[in-house]
Design a protein around this ligand. Structure first.
Ligand code: ATP
Length: 358
């Protein structure tokens, strides 16, 4: 197991700064995700770690080794890239053996390592098949085995599941986590799919225009986003604009057009001043919606359900309040609520109101 240390890395393409002073440490054995809007620099960072790009400034370390200027084939990383296709005319075994033959590994050892890698992804019975004769999921397993067969120091994955249908993606993402953990591999995984990241990552970094916007566990990033970009990118949310009206210990009181709200800053160290403009982020599932009864507690608003979609385990409402349209999700709904003019109450606990810089 190795740590991967990115220290103040800057990478430019002409006038575009793809990575801007990025510092990040991935702990040994961690499954770490890079996420963010298109063009934020995820792939550039992964390719810099793999050795395909040399940054203009900063350094990259595998444990104590400075690998910043080491060519890709000397870094001993296992790679599973979207564009890293298997050779369709070769057998599965040959696909795996190829890289080892190039490294002049003895034949007997190649056989042993190929068998071991195929067994680790449960494909030991498919060694002599041509890869073109495999299903999408099986091909993906072979691609993973090919990344493992070199006994890499770390695993780098760039959208490895993007060609699979939804059901296979679910299965393969768990498989990738299982394999990483059983090999004790430090892995960095780039994806657009936030569910993939929330479900299997140990920690994640959200990038924004070449900079790190936030690093944390899935729960930290989802529940305590530090900026609007992060709150908006991970999951669904409601933004409500306001200004700081006061403070009660760590709790902020915020005046909005919907009324007064009590909430907590996404960044516990951030202390906005009175009258400072802020934005509140409230996840749709954090609201309680009244079915006619009075709801106790703070942070109450009044409005009307404008659109109701029943999905079984959850009902999704559009809630019109003071000209704003909020999303409210009710888990395990016990009673249908239809769109109507009935004035209803909705409330949210202060801990679920995240106060963010505007
Ligand atoms: P996506 O989610 O769309 O794959 P990304 O987060 O992986 O995006 P990168 O591919 O790292 O983003 O690109 C970061 C920035 O650098 C973008 O503005 C992109 O246009 C630019 N860029 C990336 N590769 C090159 C290149 N080879 N030449 C010039 N510009 C590049």
């Amino acid at each position: 197991m190795i740590s991967i240390d990115i220290k103040q890395v800057t990478k430019k393409f002409g006038s575009v700064t793809a990575l801007d002073d990025v510092t990040l440490r991935v702990e040994p054995g961690e499954l770490f995700f890079l996420l963010g809007p298109s063009g934020c620099g995820k792939t550039t960072l992964l390719r810099s770690i793999a050795g395909f790009y040399v940054p203009e400034a900063g350094s990259i370390h595998f444990d104590q080794d400075d690998v910043t200027r080491l060519p890709p084939h000397k870094r001993n990383t296992g790679m599973m890239f979207q564009s890293y296709a298997l050779w369709p005319h070769m057998t599965v075994e040959k696909n795996l053996a190829f890289g080892l033959e190039e490294r002049k590994v003895p034949k007997a050892e190649i056989r042993e390592r190929v068998a071991e890698a195929l067994a680790s992804v449960k494909m030991e019975d498919y060694g002599d098949r041509r890869t073109a004769q495999l299903s999408g999921g099986q091909q993906q397993r072979v691609a993973l085995a090919r990344a493992l067969v070199v006994r890499p120091r770390c695993l780098l994955l760039d959208e490895p599941l993007s060609n699979l249908d939804a059901k296979l993606r679910l299965e393969m993402r768990l498989e990738i986590r299982r394999v990483c953990k059983s090999f004790g591999l430090t892995a960095i995984y780039v994806t657009h799919d936030q569910k993939e990241a929330l479900s299997i990552s140990d920690r994640m970094a959200i990038l924004e225009r070449g900079r790190i916007a936030q690093i944390g566990t899935p729960g930290e990033v989802y529940r305590r986003p530090r900026s609007k970009v992060v709150a908006d990118f991970i999951g669904e949310t409601n933004f409500i604009e306001g200004v700081v009206a006061g403070r009660e210990q760590d709790c902020l009181v915020v005046k909005t057009e919907l009324g007064m709200f009590h909430g907590y800053p996404g960044d516990a160290d951030w202390r906005p001043a009175t009258d400072e403009p802020v934005t509140l982020s409230v996840r749709p599932e954090c609201w309680r919606l009244s079915h006619g009864e009075h709801l106790e507690g703070p942070n109450g608003i009044k409005g009307q359900v404008g659109e109701a979609v029943y999905l079984g385990e959850v009902a999704q409402y559009r809630f019109a309040c003071q000209g704003q349209q909020l999303k409210i999700f009710e888990l395990n709904p016990q009673e249908d609520i239809q769109a109507s003019d009935v004035i209803r109450e909705a409330r949210v606990e202060p801990r679920d109101v995240v106060v963010l810089p505007r």
